[in-house]
Design a protein. Structure first.
Lengths: 321, 337
């Protein structure tokens, strides 16, 4: 068996966009993404809106049928035929705790539904006991089970979403921007909950977020995406302290730092212009239209991820220290 | 000393809803000097946006200003008629909103919307207004401005739309720009562009900015002075350095502890326990008491008064009073020895 819990190889997700009555054009949301996640590890996936990070998360779970590429879980390839048996192992927590919980269901129904689907209990009593245990695990009270989702605050709702994901005892959870809808003081509570659960239950996370400070805090490794491709992947500290890809460098220099002295002294590397439309991608490297170091080669050939140090891979023809 | 440009005195804004009166802003006072950048930071429901809407008098029903004064150059704008307000908005004070997607009118071109603001508030004719619109788009760094004037908002990206909003807000040269979460809906690299733009325009045009945000990073980057709000009240205010390096309110301290930092490792975050207070059912004492680690008896019964920490720093927390007493007691003890 391989050392990885999840391997994604050259994953592509193209959505057809109708351009006329009979013609369509592919929107390349994800275009050849590869990465691995070890058991109990967190991989952070960052990038700006429209870079395809959410699509990667959903495609792994076959919420979208991938266009091509392999998703290998524990040595077995996932296909649309056998995905059902993997749904017990892989779960997802969504971004918006306000729209991802059914307002007409009580908390116990929301958390209990996965148990019903996978028939994970013998008696009614076992079901209730498991729901109480799950609520306790995420820091909610067992009295909360009979209430409806609207009676809770954002942070509590996100915990309900986490409890639901945990119900089937998964080994891997896709966390799709799970804290971005929450207030700062609540964010820390939920981040700590994620970390505690990982320690206790050994769950691996794919942690998708646009907030680099949060991702850096929770992840062991970070992958940076731009227009459907991974630009750089390395250990979290390495990405933050020694980014090599010009895009990562700009991204990191743009993080607003909550420290007036640093804010006054540091230099930003501004990016010109906007992200190109994924319907009309530039040739070669996707980032070349905004890159300071772009050369002719960048327009002709698309760089692939190449190892430049232990565990540090970059897709760039002109990496700069 | 010069009179401040804007003085807010004991402003109270309430919303009467079925479940009672929601005191979104509960007696806040602050001054804004010419050419300064004031940051208002707080979580959702802390009343920071309602403060901005109150200054612009654009509160939606059932919101209304129940008490207090808003003095602009010594005149109380709370007493202004709607006609006077229309004169005031845009020309003296303008606002940019969080969401550039929804705050531009989708059925008018960019040029149309920009010209409207200019024609309404200045005595330029159509041609001059058009020239001014072009000039403004250039100023905020919109590429191909001639083409943009003829385009509709949906044809522009989020960052571009926010630039158009800024151009519109600044077209009539207001003294004060209120920015209500101007970059929250934008990506980091675009956010950096917009913040940089606002900084350079502020230097160039010399207007005062009220920057409203929940992002401490943006605040640290932009602001000279900071106001920290919680549950409709100001809990702490001071210069950026004082607030970040010498916080004296338990809420500010908690907030600064709870954010992940770039330079630190993977230590556990220290969150603020509990959830924000119910604004319809405000506690008698300090509104942060129920979530405070150092809550004392007095915090539950009596509202703390604002205390001067030093010339640039004020905070409303009983812990500071306690500290004064303790220091006095220690001094006495030292003397008696």
């Amino acid at each position: 068996m391989s050392e990885y819990l999840l391997e994604v190889k050259d994953l592509k997700q193209h959505f057809p966009i109708r351009t006329g009555w009979f013609s369509s054009k592919p929107l390349k949301a994800v275009d050849g993404v590869s990465f691995e996640i070890k058991p109990g590890e967190t991989l952070g996936l960052v990038g700006e809106s429209g870079c395809g990070k959410t699509t990667v998360g959903r495609t792994i779970l076959h919420l979208y049928q991938p266009t091509s590429g392999e998703i290998i879980y524990n040595g077995q390839q996932i296909t649309s035929q056998n995905i059902h048996k993997f749904r017990q192992e892989m779960q997802i927590v969504f971004q918006d705790p306000y729209s991802s919980l059914n307002p007409r269901m009580t908390v116990s129904d929301i958390v209990g539904e996965p148990l019903d689907i996978h028939k994970l209990y013998g008696t009614r009593g076992e079901r209730d006991a498991r729901i109480k245990e799950l609520l306790r695990l995420v820091g909610l009270n067992s009295d909360h089970a009979r209430r409806y989702a609207h009676e809770f605050s954002g942070g509590q709702r996100q915990r309900i979403g986490i409890a639901r994901a945990l119900a089937v005892d998964p080994k891997f959870i896709v966390c799709d921007e799970p804290v971005s809808a929450l207030d700062v003081s609540i964010q820390a509570q939920v981040i700590n909950t994620f970390e505690d659960l990982q320690q206790k239950l050994g769950i691996a996370y794919l942690f998708i977020a646009h907030d680099l400070l949060v991702v850096k805090h929770i992840s062991r490794r970070i992958a940076v995406m731009y227009l459907g491709r991974i630009m750089e992947i390395a250990d979290a500290d390495e990405v933050i302290t020694h980014p090599v890809h010009p895009y990562t460098q700009s991204l990191i220099s743009a993080i607003p730092i909550p420290d007036p002295n640093t804010a006054r002294t540091r230099k930003r590397i501004p990016l010109e212009g906007d992200v190109p439309s994924p319907l009309n991608m530039p040739s070669g490297c996707a980032f070349r239209t905004r890159c300071r170091y772009a050369t002719e080669r960048c327009a002709q050939e698309c760089p692939t991820l190449a190892e430049i140090g232990p565990g540090h891979r970059v897709a760039c023809w002109n990496p700069h220290e | 000393m010069n009179e401040p440009l804007l003085q807010v005195k004991n402003l109270c804004t309430s919303f009467n809803v079925d479940s009672g009166e929601v005191r979104a802003v509960n007696g806040i006072s602050f001054n804004l000097d010419k050419g300064r950048v004031l940051g208002i930071v707080g979580e959702s429901g802390s009343g920071k946006s309602v403060t901005a809407y109150s200054i612009m008098r654009i509160l939606v029903e059932p919101g209304r200003i129940t008490d207090g004064q808003i003095l602009y150059n010594g005149e109380d704008i709370v007493k202004y008629s709607e006609k006077q307000m229309r004169e005031f908005r845009g020309k003296r004070v303008s606002i940019i909103f969080q969401d550039p997607m929804t705050s531009l009118n989708p059925v008018y071109t960019i040029g149309n919307q920009l010209r409207e603001a200019i024609l309404l508030h200045t005595d330029r004719n159509r041609e001059q207004a058009n020239a001014r619109a072009l000039e403004m788009l250039r100023l905020v760094g919109v590429n191909e401005p001639e083409k943009r004037l003829k385009q509709y908002p949906h044809e522009l990206s989020g960052g571009m739309r926010q630039r158009v909003m800024i151009a519109m807000a600044l077209a009539c040269e207001p003294d004060i720009l209120i920015a209500d979460e101007p970059t929250t809906a934008l990506d980091v690299t675009i956010q950096a562009q917009i913040l940089e733009l606002m900084q350079s325009l502020q230097k160039k045009l010399g207007m005062a900015i009220i920057m409203i945000t929940h992002d401490l990073g943006v605040i640290a980057d932009m602001c000279d002075e900071i106001i920290v709000m919680y549950a409709g009240r100001i809990c702490e205010r001071g210069t950026a350095d004082e607030i970040f390096y010498n916080p004296r309110h338990e809420y500010t301290k908690g907030l600064l502890r709870s954010i992940p930092r770039l330079e630190t490792g993977h230590e556990r975050l220290i969150p603020i326990a509990g959830s924000p207070v119910d604004l319809t059912n405000m506690p008698k004492g300090c509104s942060f008491a129920s979530r405070c680690d150092n809550c004392m008896k007095i915090c539950l019964s009596t509202l703390p008064e604002e205390l001067d920490i030093n010339d640039f720093h004020k905070a409303s927390c009983w812990m500071n009073v306690k500290q004064v007493y303790e220091e006095a007691a220690a001094e006495k003890e030292a003397e008696s020895k």
